[in-house]
Ligand binder design. Structure first.
Ligand code: SAH
Ligand code: SF4
Length: 343
């Protein structure tokens, strides 16, 4: 089946003309897609013959909202989306002073198995298409009744383990053929798939990049992030330098502070040594509690000591505010829903 919602106008035109339809039909079809048409019969000015062909050969990807959880602590909303094949992903809508930001998923589950992450613990089913990433944004916009201006690919999944679809998503969602959300308003987070970080740098997109570091040396990082055995810290740092050189953009390093695991003064100094001279920012996240992970957040005192050491060493760092903690909507708390009844 052809995923027409992942196509831009020229691809849609090529697809329709190759199947014997007039060139101008693609604009009509795209316009219906932009109006969130639910099925091909809803494409009113499209001839029956084309509708019948599309029904046979194509599908309209979706991310239907099946559960909404609203935080009582802040304006955060967590959505459970159902995809066309009955798989589920989660997404989180946040309100910042500069507007609405959505955190979307790029895969159903994740293969990377980081020990502190609920997604990593819930297994992997499949990668999402570009259209399914866009559909999460659109469904949330329709639910909240406001335009979403910023997108982060920090939900379920490792974006660079779904590289082609993610790049297709970035190009499409930022174009006039789709939601027109500029690349500068989109951020991707990766656990450090080094070859894809380099490919991404070569594209020189204006999109933001976050790298999940979470430890200052290989021994500690391999303990919590299995991917580190494949791409150790030195390679991740070299690829990060390459990205900065190519794009002239700052990288954000994510570092979850875990009590007794990676939050010592020595760890802070080692981290500072690693990042010295790099155009970067460090986002410290007191680790969010995930059932079965057995980790605790670093104390406020430790968090402060850690930031202070980084600052003294000239490294730009902040402790990130936690949103949606009462609805398990914080970083690393999203997971695959196995039970269809759960929805
Ligand atoms: N797979 C990508 C993006 C999704 S995870 C990645 O790992 O970067 C988004 C962010 O949440 C990552 O920085 C991830 O390391 C972090 N994270 C995962 N579990 C967490 C937890 N329990 N507490 C705090 N941050 C967590
Ligand atoms: Fe996957 Fe990212 Fe979770 Fe690691 S932190 S398991 S890479 S989603």
């Amino acid at each position: 089946m052809t995923d027409i919602k992942s196509m831009n106008l020229s691809e849609l035109t090529a697809y329709l003309t190759a199947n014997g339809f007039e060139k101008f039909r693609s604009k009509q079809v795209l316009s219906w897609i932009k109006q969130d048409v639910a099925d091909f019969d809803g494409m009113k000015n499209v001839p029956q013959k084309l509708r019948d062909f599309l029904k046979q050969d194509a599908y309209l990807a979706c991310a239907d909202i099946v559960r909404v959880q609203r935080s009582k602590l802040d304006d955060t909303v967590k959505y459970l989306f159902r995809l066309y094949d009955g798989e589920y992903v989660e997404g989180v809508l946040m309100r910042y002073h500069h507007g609405r930001t959505i955190c979307i998923s790029s895969q159903v589950g994740c293969k990377m198995g980081c020990t502190f992450c609920a997604t990593g613990k819930s297994g992997f089913s499949r990668s999402l298409t570009a259209s399914e990433m866009i559909a999460q944004i659109r469904s949330a916009e329709l639910d909240c009744g406001e335009r979403i201006s910023n997108v982060v690919l920090m939900g379920m999944g490792e974006p660079f383990d779904n590289y082609e679809n993610v790049i297709r998503f970035l190009k499409l969602v930022s174009s006039e053929d789709s939601l027109c959300i500029g690349m500068r308003h989109i951020t991707i987070s990766t656990c450090g798939i080094v070859p894809r970080m380099r490919d991404f740098a070569d594209l020189r997109l204006q999109c933001g990049l976050s790298v999940s570091l979470h430890a200052p040396n290989d021994e500690a990082r391999s303990r919590t992030m299995p991917i580190n055995r494949r791409y150790p810290i030195k390679e991740v740092m070299d690829a990060s330098r390459y990205y900065i050189e190519k794009t002239n953009r700052r990288i954000t390093f994510e570092y979850a502070l875990i009590d007794g695991e990676n939050d010592s003064d020595a760890a802070a100094r080692e981290l500072a040594g690693l990042l010295k001279g790099l155009l970067c920012h460090v986002n410290l996240i007191p680790v969010n509690i995930v059932t079965g992970a057995g980790y605790r957040k670093s104390s406020i005192k430790r968090q402060q000591a850690f930031v202070n050491i980084l600052s003294e060493e000239g490294i730009n760092a902040t402790v990130r505010r936690t949103l949606g903690s009462d609805i398990d909507a914080s970083c690393g708390q999203l997971k695959r829903n196995f039970m269809k009844g759960d929805a």
